[in-house]
Design a protein around this ligand. Structure first.
Ligand code: AMP
Ligand code: ZN
Length: 116
C-alpha cells in the first residue's frame, strides 16, 4: 500500500471509479479517458510500481492477472479479442506509477506498430 498512490486509493475505494471486478488480490476499473469503446485497467491491490520492479515473488500474481484478463474482457463484450498494454517506467510511457494492465477493445483497433 502506498499512501499517496492514485491507483492504491482507487483500489481502496477512497477515489471513486467505475469498477469492473474485484477480489482479494486485484481490482479492475474503467479508464477515465478511454482510447476505445472498452478500455479498463487491471491492477494488483498491493502497490507495485511497474514491471521494472517485478521479480519472481510476483510471478503468481502476474500470472493470475494475465489469465483473468480474457475472462473480464469477455464479460465486457470483447469476445473477438482485445489489446493488452503494460507501460513500464518513464521509458515505457508510464504515467501512473502503480502497475496496471490496460485492456482495450471494441471498434477498430489498428496495428500497434506501423511499418512503412
Ligand atoms: P499509463 O500511461 O499506462 O500510466 O496509464 C495511466 C492511465 O490511467 C491513463 O490511461 C489514464 O487515462 C488513466 N487514469 C488516470 N487517472 C484515472 C482515474 N482517476 N480513473 C481511471 N483511470 C485513470
Ligand atoms: Zn499504488
Amino acid at each position: 500500500m502506498s499512501e499517496h498512490c492514485l491507483f492504491c486509493k482507487i483500489a481502496r475505494g477512497e477515489i471513486p471509479s467505475r469498477k469492473v471486478y474485484e477480489d482479494d488480490e486485484v481490482f479492475a476499473f474503467h479508464d477515465i479517458n478511454p482510447v476505445a469503446p472498452v478500455h479498463f485497467m487491471l491492477i494488483p491491490k498491493r502497490h507495485l510500481v511497474s514491471l521494472l520492479e517485478a521479480d519472481e515473488s510476483h510471478a503468481a500474481l502476474l500470472g493470475r492477472m494475465l489469465t483473468l484478463a480474457p475472462k473480464l474482457a469477455r464479460e465486457q463484450g470483447l469476445e473477438n479479442g482485445f489489446r493488452t498494454v503494460i507501460n513500464s517506467g518513464r521509458g515505457g510511457g508510464q504515467e501512473v506509477f502503480h502497475l496496471h494492465i490496460h485492456i482495450i477493445g471494441g471498434g477498430n483497433i489498428p496495428p500497434m506498430v506501423k511499418r512503412s
